[in-house]
Every structure is written in C-alpha cells, then in structure tokens.
Design a protein around this ligand. Structure first.
Ligand SMILES: [Zn+2]
Length: 299
C-alpha cells in the first residue's frame, strides 16, 4: 500500500512554481513508456499516488529528499532496510516473486514441490516467455514475460532490442538463456550505459549468428521439452529506443539515499531507471519504498 503524507502548509508551492512540480510519498520504480517510434521514451515519477512527467523537468533544478522512512512496497509496513528493491524482510523471504529462482529461472524448483506459492508460479512462470537480444551497453541476452515488452528494455536503458525466441515456460526460457550465456553476457554495464557510449549493433545478424551456433543446444532442449516448446519469433524489425538526455555525464557519481538523503542537481537526462543529474546519477528502482519529497525549480 502506498503511504501518502498530505502536503502540509510548509510544502506549499512557491510563487511561480507549479504545484504539480512537487510531490511527497513512497517512491515506486519509474514508469517509462515508448509513445511513438522515433520519439524519446516518456518518464513518469511516482511518489505515493502522485505522478509527475519527468521529461518536462529536463534542464531544471530538482531536489529529491529522503525523509528517512521506508515502507515495504508489498505490505506497507515500515522497515529500516529495503530488500530486493523495496521489500521488508518478511516479504522478501517469503514471497514467490522475491525468490532466487526469479533471478535464475533455470533453478525453478516448482517440480520439487518447494515453490513458495505454487498458484502464483502457475500464473506467472508457466506462461510463455520471450528470449531477446538487447543492446544496453553492448550485446546482451535476456528473458521476459511476453506481456512485459518493451518495459523490460526501457528499464535496462537498452537502445535496441529484438525478441528472438518464444518459449513455453519461465524455467525453459532460463535453460535457453543459459545456452546463450556461453556466448553473450546477460548483464548491463550501467556506467557505460549511462555515459551513452553505446554503438548500435546489427541485432538481426547477431541473432542469426547465435541461433546457428547454438542450434545443437536448442535441438537438445526441444527433444527434452517438445518441439513446440521453443519457437523462433516471427521476423520483426529490431526496436530502437531513444532516451531524453540533454548531456551525457563524463564521470559517473552514483547517489544513494542511505548516505545522501538530499540529492540535488540539474536534471540532464533519463535513461533506464536512472535520473542523470549534473551532480550524479540515481537509480530510482533501487529506492522503491523510500519516502521522498521531490521538487523541481522553475522552468
Ligand atoms: Zn512487506
């Protein structure tokens, strides 16, 4: 549950400032959308039940102040520390979506009878997943539920993405990803991603190269799970993604609300789940559940 603290008299807007340019509440991950091809991604900051379009804040002074309170994004209870991007420890250690097998789907333990929440697993893991190639800081492989594209790529700050294989379940997509990991990273170098030093790749050529060289492993998985379990995605063009960035940072300084409760600077860009300020960058997803007061100066 979102904890919303009403605006108090002291929080009232200054003359010349739009009241909507300040918010106070529990942070959630940035909402990122891709409106129309060729236009930069659109960012919305969520604090409590307030939503603020961040693209309009580019070039303005912004302040994000952590009040010291953290509330679990799942159950709302106060917690001194956040686990797994915004959970209290009891939720982190008991919820199915916080289990390690979410990060490493090939370690799915549903069939051992130890899934934390079998009904949840059936709804979320025994569903089609997509294996994709993306370019966030170079070529990477990843998996996502079909319904989570292109959000997953936007969250990673990918500038290109191409779905390549449709796979019947999450665990099976994990086995496919494991095959690919012999040749391609599954990680993003977030510093390189934020410096904007990323050259475009020919994802179609990379796909064809990888599918050819991994064919024996894929054939083995099809023998195990059925021919239809792993299918090539219909030939689609790679997606290109632009981000609203005025200027790339030369040196990356990373802010952390635990050490720096008050983060201030001019907003120079938005990429992945990061705000790029002229003073440093902050990964807002990491601080989901943190109570913050956010404001932007006059345009
Ligand atoms: Zn909780």
């Amino acid at each position: 549950m979102d904890q919303l603290i009403p605006l108090t008299a002291g929080d009232e807007s200054l003359p010349g400032e739009d009241r909507q340019d300040r918010a106070r509440g529990q942070l959630r991950k940035l909402d990122i959308r891709l409106p129309v091809a060729g236009r930069p991604a659109e960012y919305t900051l969520r604090a409590g039940d307030q939503r603020m379009g961040l693209n309009a804040w580019l070039g303005r002074r912004v302040e994000l102040r952590h009040t010291g309170e953290i509330h679990c994004i799942e159950c709302g209870r106060a917690t001194r520390k956040s686990f797994g991007q915004g959970h209290c420890y009891p939720c982190f250690s008991s919820l199915a979506h916080c289990d390690l097998c979410m990060m490493r789907p090939e370690t799915c333990h549903y069939f051992q009878g130890t899934c934390r929440d079998p009904a949840w697993g059936e709804r979320h893991c025994f569903r089609p997943h997509t294996v994709y190639l993306a370019n966030a800081s170079g070529l990477k492989v990843g998996i996502t539920r079909g319904t989570n594209m292109p959000t997953r790529w936007l969250d990673q700050g990918a500038i290109q993405a191409l779905p390549i294989l449709d796979v019947e379940t999450r665990q099976q997509s994990g086995f496919v990803e494991t095959l690919f990991k012999a040749q391609v990273s599954d990680r993003t170098n977030w510093r390189a991603m934020l410096k904007g030093e990323v050259d475009p790749l020919d994802l179609v050529a990379e796909r064809d190269r990888l599918l050819a060289s991994l064919e024996p492993g894929l054939a083995e998985l099809r023998r195990r799970f059925g021919h239809d379990a792993i299918q090539a995605v219909d030939d689609v063009a790679p997606l290109s993604i632009a981000y609203p960035v005025l200027e790339w940072p030369r040196k990356i300084v990373s802010f952390n609300f635990d050490k720096t409760p008050r983060i201030e600077g001019t907003l120079m860009g938005l990429k992945g789940q990061y705000l790029i300020l002229d003073t440093g960058v902050v990964n807002l997803r990491k601080f989901a559940g943190y109570q913050v007061a956010v404001s932007a100066g006059a345009a």
